[in-house]
Design a protein around this ligand. Structure first.
Ligand SMILES: NC(=O)c1ccc[n+]([C@@H]2O[C@H](COP(=O)([O-])OP(=O)(O)OC[C@H]3O[C@@H](n4cnc5c(N)ncnc54)[C@H](OP(=O)(O)O)[C@@H]3O)[C@@H](O)[C@H]2O)c1
Length: 260
């Protein structure tokens, strides 16, 4: 008998679904049966992904979202729930990075990173979390099926890496945010966990792997390889599912052993 996880009837809201990890998370959750809301700024990319998911038999909806704009967060979450129903699963994935030494970080660089990775991620989770809390409180005993918040942090939130110090600081904040949410919201049936991916080939870093510096970095990795977005498929499905009900506040490295 095979072990399987079925997300049929669940609604997943994925931020930053227009590329890289977010697009893969959306496809994977849709394949597992969830209805998926694809949210980010580049609507055309989201529409392409929606067509792909629908072509695979999935159910997807596109919503414009800028996580640096509080009004946009509120309206995207409200719109998502009107279109697809209550959000059961949040994949809080939108993120940006810049590369420079600490002494060269400008206030603009700092705000760019923190407004998206920390403030944006916090208020997306808060907006979805508030609705999950209201459902949990209003539900008949035993009838709330539970909420799942999956924050996409980074191994850079656990281990400091050169040239991306401000990004490391922002992802460390996401790790603590995850634990704070797990502590406050766990008793209401809302589980919050973080995934800390290692280097995965996506738009955020794709060009880097072709450079001399990038090749040197690959050479220093434990297994001399960069990951692919699908390497996180099993983890995202597990954390999104009912079967993960005993996992709350976990910070899970998926980095091929880089941070050990
Ligand atoms: N790739 C890696 O090696 C790696 C490792 C560890 C952690 N991560 C984290 O994984 C997450 C996804 O990164 P990725 O590698 O998939 O990079 P990516 O391909 O560049 O994707 C980043 C996503 O974030 C969205 N985004 C950026 N600013 C946004 C905003 N203001 N509002 C809404 N969405 C916004 C982008 O969508 P729009 O441009 O359409 O808005 C895009 O879909 C990030 O949080 C990143 O820090 C990546």
């Amino acid at each position: 008998m095979a072990y399987s996880i079925d997300l049929s009837g669940r609604v997943a809201f994925i931020t930053g679904a227009s590329s890289g990890l977010g697009a893969q998370f959306a496809r994977t959750l849709a394949r597992a049966g969830a209805g998926v809301v694809l949210a980010s700024r580049r609507i055309e990319k989201l529409k392409e992904l929606r067509a792909r998911i629908e072509g695979e038999g999935g159910d997807a909806h596109v919503i414009e979202l800028d996580v640096t704009d509080h009004a946009s967060i509120k309206s995207a979450v409200a719109h998502a729930e009107t279109e697809m129903g209550s959000i059961d699963i949040l994949v809080n994935n939108s993120g940006v990075s810049t590369t420079q030494r600490l002494q060269d970080v400008t206030p603009e660089d700092y705000d760019f990173i923190f407004d998206t990775n920390v403030k944006g991620a916090f208020f997306v989770a808060q907006e979805v979390g508030k609705r999950m809390l209201a459902r949990s409180r209003g539900a008949a005993p035993g009838s709330f099926t539970g909420g799942r918040i999956i924050n996409i942090a980074s191994m850079a939130g656990l281990k400091v890496l050169p040239q991306i110090g401000a990004y490391c600081m922002s992802k460390a904040a996401v790790v603590q945010m995850t634990k704070a949410m797990a502590m406050e919201w766990g008793k209401f049936g809302i589980n919050t966990n973080a995934i800390c991916p290692g280097y995965i080939d996506t738009e955020i870093n794709h060009r880097h792997w072709q450079t001399e510096q990038g090749k040197k970095l690959i050479d220093m990795l434990p297994r001399k390889r960069v990951g692919a977005p699908e390497n996180l498929d099993a983890l995202i499905v597990m954390l999104a599912s009912d079967q993960s009900h005993f996992i709350n506040g976990a910070v899970i490295a998926a980095d091929d052993g880089f941070a050990v």
